[in-house]
Ligand binder design. Structure first.
Ligand code: NAP
Length: 253
């Protein structure tokens, strides 16, 4: 399996890598032989992810603390990663994301701004900084942005989150159009409901209702998302760009 994915000499940057899905993505890419630059707002969580990666290539990985919603921090992150590994990351996964749920009628401007700042602007800033580094070094790459199925279909109480994730899809498609000629692919992944600290916050009643709507009958695991990211990171998806891949167990097909 590992050799089939051809990630052995890749350097991958994963944001939000201290969280449920980002940690699983980091682990999967590391298992495929990639060196992983593990980034999170919470530096201790990023270091814990690096510790968990283990294995023979453990020393290949490094942790970075950054708030992806700040332009200076995103730029410095790419500089630090390049300084640490002496090359730009050829695989870039924007997984940092937050929710601040409230119905439209009551949502504060602050909650709107923060969710859009992290989920959409953060993805833009990291994608831009990584693309600039790749284009100036002449290296090909694969950029993968974690959107959400609710960016496609909306969700009660999530105008900010759904709008930010819909924005990620549009951003991804545009980046795919602009950077294809540089050998840089850009795809988004749309998870459905995945069992992580983010969905732990949902009331059990809501979780039960959602589960009843999923054709496969259960929430996804972070590894289900990581498997698709590993495919999109690898040469096995070499002719796929601008795609939005749903990992939902069939929800909202
Ligand atoms: P999670 O466990 O909460 O992980 C998200 C991670 O992002 C956390 O470690 C968080 O750090 C970090 N983060 C937050 N703000 C950041 C910032 N400004 N800069 C850098 N890192 C930041 O959530 P998850 O479920 O793994 O979600 C990962 C991604 O998948 C998100 O983009 C989410 O929207 C998307 N997604 C999740 C689901 C799901 O069902 N779980 C479904 C669809 C899409 P802190 O803990 O310090 O805040």
């Amino acid at each position: 399996m590992a050799s089939q994915l051809r990630l052995r000499s890749a350097l991958a940057l994963v944001t939000g890598a201290g969280g449920g899905i980002g940690r699983a993505i980091s682990a999967r890419l590391a298992r495929e032989g990639a060196a992983v630059a593990v980034c999170d707002l919470d530096g201790a969580a990023a270091r814990e992810t690096v510790r968990l990666l283990g294995g023979p290539g453990r020393e290949d990985h490094a942790a970075f603390q950054a708030d992806v919603s700040e332009a200076g921090a995103a730029r410095r992150l790419l500089e630090q990663v390049q300084a640490c590994f002496s090359r730009p990351p050829s695989v870039v996964v924007s997984c940092a994301g937050i929710t601040r749920d409230e119905f439209l009628l009551y949502m504060s401007e602050g909650d709107w701004d923060r969710v859009v700042a992290v989920n959409l602007k953060g993805t833009f800033l990291v994608t831009q900084a990584a693309a600039q580094a790749l284009v100036s070094s002449g290296c090909p790459g694969s950029i993968i942005n974690i959107s959400s199925i609710v960016g496609k279909v909306g969700n009660m109480g999530q105008t900010n989150y759904a709008a930010s994730k819909a924005g990620v899809i549009g951003l991804t498609q545009t980046v795919a159009r602009e950077l294809g000629r540089h050998g840089i692919r850009c795809n988004s992944v749309l998870p459905g409901f995945i069992a992580t600290p983010m969905t732990d916050k949902m009331p059990q009643k809501v979780k039960d209702k959602v589960t009843g709507m999923i054709p496969m009958g259960h929430l996804g695991d972070p590894e289900d998302v990581a498997d698709v990211v590993a495919f999109l990171a690898s040469g096995d998806s070499g002719y796929i760009t601008g795609a939005s891949v749903e990992v939902t167990g069939g929800l909202f097909m």
